[in-house]
Design a protein around this ligand. Structure first.
Ligand SMILES: Nc1ncnc2c1ncn2[C@@H]1O[C@H](COP(=O)(O)OP(=O)(O)OP(=O)(O)O)[C@@H](O)[C@H]1O
Ligand SMILES: [Mg+2]
Length: 500
């Protein structure tokens, strides 16, 4: 039916669509980088700068195959695409270029060429559209650079130039460029590993692998946790030739022993701290990063030390709930039913492994200091009733005889006590019962990372335990020892009752 009433109120639409919800400038710019790589570009240059009046500009230039003038008009049209609903690459909605651009700027100029001496240009300008001066995408016109040296160096290519940028994330050019460099390195890591290049203000973007697995990464010490999980899933909408498609899930463990002693600044910079989550990779580029498919498992600090990557192809977009801004997923119930049982289980396993490794590393580190203090000061007290060590010779005399070694260990004990002291020749061994709530609720959490507890207090706690162990070891009569053991067991039981 022809109503004569336009479907879109263009003047208000253009203003409203600017708020279509890109979560960051990097997410919007990623649309333009996607387009460049789809046009077979090998190098994408992103420039952010400020003109003398303080107005921000951002441009994305590529050496891809460029566009014919008719395609350029289509390219700036909302919904205009040469690959609508195509499921083999990143683009399929016909929205990325106009929508991504105008979410950051009030004007976008498009330049494209397949002959560097024949450049075409067209544009969209929010103010001209809002005031009624412009009611569509202008027919491309020939663009002549100011001087011969300004002609493009590449045989073909495209420039998307955003001006009147009023919605960039950062106020300074430097901060914005830095953020883009970091984000694009992660989002496009797989392309960068395949020899594609992105430059931000002239600086090469380095690939950043959030799962620390790629061999060329500066930090690539993660170990894969089992082989990748693969799920063959029926495609939700019939796409010719694709009845099923694969979802691949990789888990890795970060090297706790190697990296735990990095400073907080180093951990932040490398993306270790607060990095718990799942990287969602669609058609080889990251579209989201978050706490997905984890069922009832809550995110904890320990979860920074393992990572997960879920990769899928665009034929599964409906299942993952990908929207046209390609920056977030909204998994369907069906997808959660497929992935959550395994992913939640593996996440809990990994959390347990990290927790154990971490406790081992941290307690060993602190025990070293507490033990040294105890060994040094032991001589100030009445000597413990040590038995002569097998190898201690008479010639070594009394000094060696009285030297006591201290050790702290933890393991599951078939005991009600939360600690058990023992004198073994010239060694005092304190064993903490890993099964007791004291260990799981107090000792272990205190030694976990990022607790904000001063290191000195952790050392004092160990000295407190060593001193009580020493006191018990110094009880001489059997009767007294039995009474002290009973006290320790009563204390441990009461502690269990209070803590559980
Ligand atoms: N840098 C580029 N080089 C060559 N062609 C391009 C470039 N950028 C955009 N195009 C053309 O413009 C069209 C529109 O781009 P746009 O990003 O708006 O939509 P799309 O990529 O088709 O889909 P999506 O909205 O999912 O990104 C593309 O289909 C492509 O033909
Ligand atoms: Mg696109």
């Amino acid at each position: 039916m022809v109503t004569g009433f336009p479907l879109v109120a263009i003047r208000s639409f253009i203003q409203a669509t600017r708020d279509s919800g890109y979560k960051s400038t990097s997410a919007a710019v990623s649309e333009l980088v996607d387009n460049a790589f789809e046009a077979e570009a090998t190098c994408v240059r992103v420039e952010v700068n400020e003109d003398p009046r303080g107005e921000k500009r951002l441009s994305v230039s590529d050496n891809g195959h460029g566009m014919a003038p008719t395609i350029m008009q289509l390219a700036l049209q909302f919904g205009g695409s040469t690959r609508f609903n195509f499921r083999q690459g990143a683009g399929r909605y016909g929205m990325g270029l106009p929508n991504g651009s105008l979410s950051q700027a009030r004007r976008v100029d498009l330049y494209s060429w397949s002959n560097p001496h024949k450049i075409w240009s067209t544009y969209l300008d929010v103010d001209e559209i809002a005031s009624g001066v412009l009611d569509g995408v202008p027919r491309p016109v020939r663009f002549k650079p100011g001087s011969a040296k300004d002609y493009p160096e590449t045989p073909s290519g495209t420039v998307i130039a955003l001006s009147k940028c009023d919605k960039l994330d950062y106020r300074t050019v430097k901060a914005q460029a830095k953020r883009l460099n970091l984000d694009l390195g992660r989002i496009f890591r797989q392309r960068l590993y395949q020899d594609k290049q992105i430059l931000v203000n002239g600086d090469a973007v380095a690939p950043l692998d959030p799962i620390f697995l790629h061999p060329s990464g500066s930090l690539c010490a993660a170990e894969p946790y089992g082989p990748p999980l693969e799920y063959q899933v029926r495609t939700p909408v019939p796409v010719a030739g694709h009845p099923v498609s694969k979802i691949q899930v990789r888990f890795v463990l970060l090297p706790v022993e190697k990296w735990h002693s990095l400073s907080n600044e180093q951990k932040n910079q490398a993306g270790i701290s607060s990095g718990a989550g799942v990287s969602i990779v669609r058609a080889g580029r990251e579209i989201d990063y978050g706490w997905y498919f984890m069922g009832n498992k809550r995110r904890e600090n320990y979860d920074d030390w393992w990572r997960c990557e879920v990769s899928f192809e665009p034929v599964l977009d409906e299942l993952f709930g990908v929207t046209h801004t390609k920056q977030k997923i909204n998994p369907t119930v069906e997808l959660n039913e497929i992935l959550v049982p395994d992913l939640e289980r593996v996440a809990r396993e990994l959390n347990g492994i990290v927790r154990k490794r971490y406790t081992e590393v941290r307690t060993a580190e602190f025990s070293g200091r507490a033990i040294a203090a105890a060994e040094q000061r032991d001589v100030r007290m009445e000597p413990l009733p040590l038995r002569r060590s097998a190898h201690a010779s008479h010639a070594q005399g009394r000094a060696l005889w009285r030297k006591v070694e201290y050790a702290i260990d933890h393991k599951p004990l078939d005991e009600v006590s939360f600690y058990v002291p023992a004198l073994r020749r010239d060694k005092l061994l304190l064993t903490l019962n890993q099964e007791h709530s004291f260990f799981t609720k107090i000792y272990e959490p205190l030694f976990a990372d990022n607790q904000g507890i001063p290191n000195s207090l952790l050392g004092y706690l160990q000295l407190l335990l060593l001193s009580v162990a020493r006191a018990e070891c110094n009880i001489r009569s059997r009767q007294d020892r039995d009474a002290v053991k009973r006290l320790r067991e009563e204390w441990s039981n009461a502690l269990t009752a209070f803590l559980d």
